[in-house]
Design a binder for this molecule. Structure first.
Ligand SMILES: Nc1ncnc2c1ncn2[C@@H]1O[C@H](COP(=O)(O)OP(=O)(O)OP(=O)(O)O)[C@@H](O)[C@H]1O
Ligand SMILES: [Mg+2]
Length: 265
């Protein structure tokens, strides 16, 4: 299955094996949400059904970002499960869990700030209720692509409602058994906090953003991919007004390589 980014598909030796969960990791602003939307958009372009579980960003903001890329946002499903929402309506199509304003207005804030805002904004949304909503939605509609943005926020949500990681594991198992191809977005650094989901996932795509000699350098690496060969080297990427572009033929700069090695130690 294509990721929607041709260069990344080449790094994955053809794309993702369909019907499995994958982790997309990276620091704030590294392009995780952009990649996720590109993946969903690629699906709807092919006539597939795609669902975004938007916890970090309010749907309105995501819609704006999608439109900025010149893409048709209408076909990506939004399902509103926020407790403040008046009713569970199937006509809207993005699972929105966090209170729109308090989280959305934070913009580029780091993960911990987002988590705090999330806690304050939606103390009564549980991982279980989200899983129920997802189950219902997946039973009714044959989705092929699902994104959870982000697992990190979901985890904070579970903590704040006293849920254990078991709830998250159960949700991941459910996604895996539903045979949808899912991208589970997680914040970095702190991969150790995310052991269970990285373990259950069949692969991890990591996005990197570094300041190197006064400019932002972006690159992508495949940390793991079960059942398939993959590119062992990180490759340069850019984010343009048309989305993410990866050059799978180019090597990253020596400085980028050094900074990667330092991070992995
Ligand atoms: N049209 C565009 N042209 C160029 N760069 C863009 C464009 N749209 C977004 N970007 C870049 O992409 C970055 C945002 O990426 P994105 O929101 O996907 O990151 P993220 O990894 O999801 O971050 P977070 O963890 O905060 O949610 C912006 O900071 C901006 O630098
Ligand atoms: Mg994001």
């Amino acid at each position: 299955m294509s990721t929607g980014v041709p260069g990344l598909d080449e790094m994955l030796r053809g794309g993702l094996i369909a019907g499995r969960p994958y982790v997309v990791s990276g620091t704030s602003g590294s392009g995780k949400t952009t990649l996720a939307i590109q993946f969903l958009h690629d699906g709807v372009k092919r006539g597939e059904r795609a669902l975004m579980v938007a916890i970090d960003e309010p749907p309105a903001e995501i819609r704006e970002n999608v439109r900025a890329m010149g893409w048709d946002v209408g076909k990506i499903r939004i399902l509103d499960v926020h407790p403040a929402a008046k009713a569970f309506s199937k006509r809207v199509s993005m699972v929105e869990v966090a209170a729109q304003r308090s989280v959305g207005s934070l913009g580029d804030a780091g993960p911990s700030v987002k988590a705090e805002a999330l806690k304050a904004a939606s103390p009564d949304v549980s991982v279980q209720s989200l899983q129920l909503m997802l189950k219902q939605e997946l039973q009714e509609t044959k989705y092929t692509r699902v994104v959870v943005d982000s697992l990190t926020s979901l985890k904070k949500m579970a903590e704040s409602t006293g849920d254990t990681d078991e709830g998250i594991m159960s949700l991941l198992r459910f996604l895996s058994e539903a045979r949808v191809t899912s991208l589970l977005i997680t914040d970095l650094p702190d991969p150790t906090e995310l052991q269970p989901e990285i373990f259950i996932s069949r692969g991890e795509i990591r996005l990197h953003k570094r300041m190197i000699s006064n400019r932002t350098d972006r690159f992508v690496s495949i940390e793991k991919l079960r059942g398939s060969a993959h590119d062992a080297l990180p490759r340069p990427m850019v984010i343009t007004e048309k989305g993410i572009i990866v050059d799978s033929k180019k090597k990253v700069s020596k400085a980028a390589m050094r900074s990667l090695q330092a991070f992995n130690q």
